[in-house]
Design a protein around this ligand. Structure first.
Ligand code: NIG
Ligand code: FE
Length: 407
């Protein structure tokens, strides 16, 4: 049995529990001064203060802050190319949906992704994962959605499976074939929805390539009714529903969470009160993406209303080549405080335990408690306020994944 002792921890900060924290509980963090954590075979065996137990190896935290490893519950990790050419268009006032309607945006990344081999996609995403790990992310969700055909969607999901096996960050795969209507189905959206529901979803499920099914419920993309059909079809094949809802226009995406039993709803920038109420009733995690609001220059999701209404809130990066080309979850934490007016404690829960709940892993990760996986971040910081207050630096000192120091 391999035992790693992390000692001389100045401050340990963690949410507690095996499920999403909501309402006031979202802001409840356990703080422990002068602590130690004992890891055994990749799991947390004990947490304490005072005299520490013996171990095979010791990691000195040098009086610093330790938290659970960060969980990035929403990324579009696998894609070909970048879209720096859209910056100029944006600066000239061309909107995100206008760029998409002109065949750019998501559709231009689809062209680049279709042209990329599996190895090329792997190499590119691996580089991104290395950067994420250095920012303190130990688990991430990754979506398909830049193939929009059978072959390329499956290729993206195979890349996720490969990367899961060969680098430290655990990946949760989401099928997002309903990310846009591909150009070849422009006059036949019904045909594309049938392709998704009748062919690709069953194959994804059969090959066990994804755990979740997501749709982009948005003006000009998929309506609430179409989204519902696609998510129901995913559910029929064992894929857990997620929804890109209310990012630009509130067309009913957040209200759909209750009808389909979505584990999470994403973006929610313009989420109406009925959407907040539906998520509260359904126990859906609101996965809010403030770096996307920042990047699109839009408003920010009504997170204080969500917390007041007992909706559990997670924060994630939304890393993608269009609306958020950033992997920096620490910046997302800053924005959580500055733009959503969340407390540092609420933010910590949002990027650990609640993010774990958004990808159905709250029983295994997201907190520093005996029995959970030993995924931890040691920060160049004396306390949690400092992490949320400093801007633009990477404050991660060390990262431990399954009891192994990896950064
Ligand atoms: O979450 N909204 C849809 N999908 C991504 C953007 C994808 C892209 O622009 O390439 C998002 O913002
Ligand atoms: Fe997204």
């Amino acid at each position: 049995m391999e035992r790693l002792l992390i000692q001389n921890i100045g401050l340990l900060a963690t949410p507690e529990g095996n499920s999403a924290r909501r309402g006031e509980a979202q802001g409840k963090i356990r703080f422990l001064r002068d602590a130690w954590v004992l890891c055994e075979d990749g799991s947390i065996a004990a947490v304490g203060v005072g005299p520490a137990p013996k171990a095979d190896r010791v990691l000195d935290a040098q009086g610093k802050l330790i938290t659970p490893g960060l969980v990035d519950a929403h990324t579009h990790l696998i894609f070909g190319g970048w879209r720096q050419n859209e910056l100029g268009l944006k600066l000239h006032g061309v909107s995100y949906l206008e760029i998409l309607a002109r065949g750019g945006g998501i559709l231009s990344t689809v062209r680049a992704t279709r042209a990329a081999t599996e190895d090329e996609l792997c190499d590119k995403a691996r580089a991104a994962l290395n950067e994420m790990l250095r920012f303190g992310v130990t688990t991430a969700e990754a979506k398909s959605g830049y193939g929009l055909d059978r072959e390329t969607e499956l290729r993206q999901l195979r890349v996720i499976r490969r990367l899961n096996a060969e680098q430290p960050i655990e990946l949760a795969a989401t099928f997002l074939g309903a990310h846009a209507v591909p150009e070849e189905y422009k006059g036949d959206r019904e045909g594309y929805i049938r392709l998704l529901c009748d062919e690709i979803i069953p194959e994804v499920a059969e090959q066990k390539l994804a755990e979740f099914c997501d749709v982009f419920c948005e003006t000009g993309v998929f309506s609430a009714e179409e989204s519902r059909r696609i998510l129901d079809s995913g559910k029929k094949h064992g894929l857990i529903p997620k929804i890109h809802a209310d990012e630009i226009d509130p067309i009913g995406g957040s209200q759909l969470t209750e009808a389909v039993g979505a584990i999470s709803a994403e973006h929610l920038i313009v989420c109406p009160p009925e959407g907040v109420a539906a998520m509260a009733r359904a126990g859906t995690v609101a996965c809010c993406l403030p770096a996307t609001s920042f990047y699109l220059g839009s408003t920010f999701a009504p997170v204080r209303d969500m917390i007041a209404s007992s909706v559990p809130v997670a924060l994630a990066s939304d890393f993608n080549p269009g609306s958020c080309p950033s992997l920096n979850l620490q910046f997302v934490m800053n924005l959580g405080c500055l733009k959503y007016r969340m407390t540092p404690e609420e933010v910590l829960t949002a990027v650990t335990l609640n993010a774990a709940a958004a990808i159905n892993r709250a029983d295994r990760i997201g907190s520093i408690e005996p029995g959970k996986q030993a995924d931890l971040v040691i920060w160049d910081a004396p306390d949690l306020d400092y992490v949320c207050y400093r801007l633009g630096s990477n404050l991660v000192s060390q990262v431990v994944k399954k009891g192994e120091p990896v950064v």
